[in-house]
Ligand binder design. Structure first.
Ligand code: CP
Length: 325
C-alpha cells in the first residue's frame, strides 16, 4: 500500500546531513531520531510510503554485512526511494579506486544519500568530507556504528516502556565481551549514557580497556558483577578477524559466556541483546540466544524503522542546510 507521506513525523531538531557517530549528537537529537523511528515502527511492515519518492540511496559496503545492508535497503524502499548496492568485489574498488573517488563517482550520478561501511576507522568521515549529499555511517572499523546504537536503544526503551520520553534514568545496561575491537560498544556507550542509563562494560583484561571509562561507563573484569541488577545486557561478538586475542576459549567461556544459569539469575524483566552475527556457544549459548529474555531478533526488526528515521532526517537536513554536519 502506498501513501503520500508520513505526515506526522517528528521535527528535524537540528539533525545534520551526515550521521557519522553518536558522540556528535545531543541527547535531544538522539531522542528525535528515536521518536521518529518509534513512529515508523507502528506502521504495518508491508506499508510503503512516498516520503523519499524520486530520491535514491546507494549502499557502499566495503566490508561484509547482512543485517545493516539489508535493513538500510528495506528502509529506503519502504520510504519509496530507489536503492543501489555497491560492494568492493565487482566494483572498481578492486582496481585500486579510492573510497573518496568511489563516493564522488556515485554522487555524480545524482544519488541523494550514501550508506557507507568500511573496515577502517574514519573512512566514513573521509567520505562525508568529500561529498555534498547525505552520508550515513553503517560501521567503520572499531570507531562507530551509530544506527546499531540507536536500534539497541529503541529495543531497550520498548522493553522497559520508555518510548514516551526515551529517558533511561534509573536503568542499567551491561555491555560484555570484546570491547577493545567493538564499534558497537562505542556507539552503545554513547547512546545509553546520553539517555541517562548507567553503563557498565565487562570483559577480560586484554579486551576491556580501562580508557573506555572516559566515554562515560564503568569497566569491570567480572561478568557476574556487571549482570547483577542490570536491566539489559548487550553481548558482543569476539572479533577474531580484528585480531582479538581470545586466549583459552574454555577460560573465556567460563568467565564471560552468557549461559542459561547466568541469564536465569538476572533481574526480572532484564533483556538479552546481541548485535549479531553471533558466535553461538562462545559469548552466548543457544539456550540464551533463543530464550525468553532474548531480544536479538527484535534488534534486527528495529533496524528498519531506525534506518528509515535516519535516512529521512539526513536527507531533510541536506535539503534545508546544504553542507551542514
Ligand atoms: N550488527 C551488524 O552490524 O551486523 P551486520 O555486520 O550483519 O550488518
Amino acid at each position: 500500500m502506498a501513501r503520500a507521506a508520513a505526515t506526522n513525523v517528528t521535527a528535524n531538531a537540528g539533525f545534520g546531513r551526515c550521521l557519522l557517530d553518536l558522540d556528535r549528537l545531543t541527547a535531544d537529537q538522539i531522542r528525535t531520531v528515536l521518536r521518529r523511528a518509534h513512529e515508523f515502527a507502528q506502521l504495518h511492515p508491508g506499508e510503503r510510503l512516498e516520503t523519499l519518492r524520486g530520491r535514491s540511496v546507494a549502499n557502499l559496503f566495503f566490508e561484509d554485512s547482512t543485517r545493516t545492508r539489508v535493513s538500510f535497503s528495506v528502509a529506503a524502499r519502504r520510504l519509496g526511494a530507489d536503492v543501489f548496492d555497491l560492494t568492493s568485489k565487482g566494483s572498481s574498488v578492486s582496481k585500486g579506486e579510492t573510497v573518496a573517488d568511489t563516493a564522488l563517482t556515485v554522487e555524480a550520478m545524482g544519488v541523494d544519500a550514501l550508506v557507507v561501511r568500511h573496515a577502517a576507522s574514519g573512512a566514513v568521515d573521509l567520505v562525508a568530507n568529500a561529498v555534498q549529499c547525505a552520508v550515513l555511517n553503517a560501521g567503520d572499523g572499531r570507531h562507530a556504528h551509530p544506527t546499531q546504537g540507536l536500534l539497541d536503544a529503541l529495543v531497550f526503551a520498548t522493553a522497559h516502556r520508555r518510548c514516551n520520553e526515551f529517558d533511561f534514568s534509573g536503568l542499567r545496561i551491561a555491555i560484555v565481551g570484546d570491547l577493545a575491537n567493538s564499534r558497537v560498544a562505542r556507539s552503545d556507550i554513547a547512546v545509553f549514557s546520553k539517555l541517562g542509563a548507567s553503563v557498565v562494560c565487562a570483559g577480560p583484561e586484554n579486551l576491556a580497556p580501562r580508557h573506555l571509562e572516559a566515554l562515560g561507563c564503568r569497566v569491570t573484569n567480572n561478568l557476574d558483577e556487571a549482570l547483577d541488577g542490570c536491566d539489559g545486557v548487550q553481548m558482543l561478538r569476539v572479533q577474531l578477524e580484528r585480531g582479538a586475542a581470545l586466549g583459552s576459549a574454555r577460560e573465556y567461556t567460563r568467565r564471560f559466556q552468557l549461559n542459561g544459569e547466568r541469564a536465569a539469575g538476572m533481574k526480572p524483566g532484564a533483556i538479552v541483546m546481541h548485535p549479531g552475527p553471533m558466535n553461538r556457544d562462545v559469548e552466548i549459548t543457544s539456550e540464551v540466544a533463543d530464550g525468553e529474555r532474548s531480544r536479538i531478533l527484535a534488534q534486527v526488526a528495529a533496524g528498519v524503522p531506525v534506518r528509515m528515521a535516519a535516512l529521512t532526517l539526513a536527507i531533510e537536513a541536506m535539503d534545508t542546510q546544504p553542507r551542514s554536519r
